[in-house]
Design a protein around this ligand. Structure first.
Ligand code: SAM
Length: 399
């Protein structure tokens, strides 16, 4: 069965909502399921719709916020009431740009905002952002979080709306204008209405806890905690999730240096500082012919291998004995070299003691692909159009 989902906010790499998701419905009712890289919450939404207990983590604060709001019951009247309060105050203050308390004297974020936003929109956004922050500081709630998502929906867009950029929702923002007539207040109001309509179509039967966190080290979860892990890790070199989200996050309490710090913790984001170790070469067996790649690319691949190993180790730690880990992975192409991300994950998982139960491949449905679909019709192109579902078990050994 193909699940249709009502999504609250654009996201560049959603998990295609079947196969792994159908698997979720087969777990015993009330199972504890974790997605350590929750993204915008496709797995989370399916798990709570099926009545499970769900825990999700993501480094990206916007992803965590979208997933949280998508899996929480909301008081719609309260959302509308808070919206009225915010908009009234922001309109009153819109003559001059309000100072964002989290930016204060930090120059890089000011410059960033000055580049991507025109004055009129900057004044309106800063008025709204300051009010959202004030409400959040005095009484944090799901309803305030929902309004943050509604605001972000007019920034992280394909065509430019509140910012001067287009393609922000595809993680590749580029500035296409120097001025804009966009009415932020009106756009925000429409966005709140649309978001609530979409939210009302969600089925929320279980409960979800979503936090910002690093999948490679989930401190808040104890050993042997969950029945299953269902996730889709980033592919090598595929998507820089924070590149587009930055435009929103600067209005939601984050500075550019803070976002840069988060980015450096993203799976496969940067080069490894360590020299190649034995573990790296074991993870990379079958990964692809990387021998002719430049040292810079090889270093990035080493870091990816180290990250996959850390992810797997953490997965093994938090799973109950006999628990299942299910991952959806696609392939990459780096400087013309075909990269088999799924093999690397399978190697990493087996190195930490997880047993591979099943590996299946399927064509990626049109429109669900994370990366541009290759036009050619050769063997490489056809492998790039597939995604791989890997199913592992933490086998319990009896003594
Ligand atoms: C392919 S998306 C996940 C899609 C998600 N499973 C879904 O159901 O829509 C990959 C996610 O991994 C997150 N990520 C990357 N590195 C991470 C890390 N070290 N810890 C936690 N999340 C991370 C990214 O921010 C991104 O949201």
């Amino acid at each position: 069965m193909l699940h249709s989902r009502s999504y609250l906010h654009p996201f560049p790499a959603r998990m295609a909502p079947n196969i792994a998701l159908e698997e979720i419905e087969r777990f015993d009712a009330g199972s504890i399921i974790v997605d350590p890289m929750v993204g915008s919450g496709t797995v989370a939404m399916t798990a709570v719709a099926a009545g499970h207990q769900f825990y999700g983590f993501d480094l990206d604060p916007l992803a965590a916020l979208i997933a949280q709001v998508s899996t929480s019951c909301l008081d719609y009247d309260r959302v509308r009431g808070l919206f009225e309060t915010i908009i009234r105050q922001a309109r009153l203050n819109s003559a001059t740009p309000a100072d964002l308390p989290w930016v204060e004297v930090e120059d890089e974020t000011h410059k960033f905002i000055g580049f991507w936003f025109a004055d009129k929109q900057k004044r309106a956004l800063s008025g709204i952002a300051v009010e959202l922050d004030r409400l959040h500081q005095s009484e944090p709630s799901k309803e305030v979080d929902a309004l943050k998502i509604a605001l972000s929906r007019i920034i992280v867009t394909k065509e430019s709306k509140a910012s001067l950029a287009r393609d922000t929702s595809h993680s590749r923002p580029h500035r296409v204008a120097k001025t804009s007539d966009y009415d932020v207040f009106k756009g925000f109001e429409q966005s709140v209405t649309q978001m609530l309509q979409r939210h009302s179509k969600l089925k929320i039967d279980g409960n979800a806890t979503i936090q910002r966190g690093d999948a490679r080290k989930i401190d808040s979860i104890g050993d042997g905690f969950c029945d299953a892990i269902v996730s889709s890790p980033p592919y090598l070199n595929a998507i820089d999730y924070l590149r587009g989200h930055k435009l929103s996050l600067v209005w939601l309490g984050f500075t550019i240096p803070q976002i840069r710090q988060l980015r450096s913790m993203s799976v496969g984001a940067e080069r490894a500082t360590t020299k190649s170790v034995e573990m790296v070469s074991k993870v990379l067996a079958g990964f692809g012919d990387i021998s002719n790649l430049a040292p810079r690319q090889k270093a990035m691949i080493s870091r990816y291998a180290i990250d996959l190993h850390r992810l797997s180790k953490e997965a093994e730690r938090i799973l109950k004995p006999n628990g299942t880990a299910l991952y959806v992975m696609g392939n990459s192409c780096l400087k013309g070299v075909y990269i088999d991300n799924a093999s690397a994950l399978a190697n990493a998982a087996e190195l930490v003691g997880l047993t591979l139960l099943d590996r299946s491949e399927r064509e990626i449905p049109l429109g669900s692909r994370y990366l541009p679909t290759p036009k050619e019709n050769n063997a490489l192109a056809s492998r790039m159009r597939k995604e791989i579902v890997l199913k592992f078990q933490k086998v319990a050994f009896s003594s």
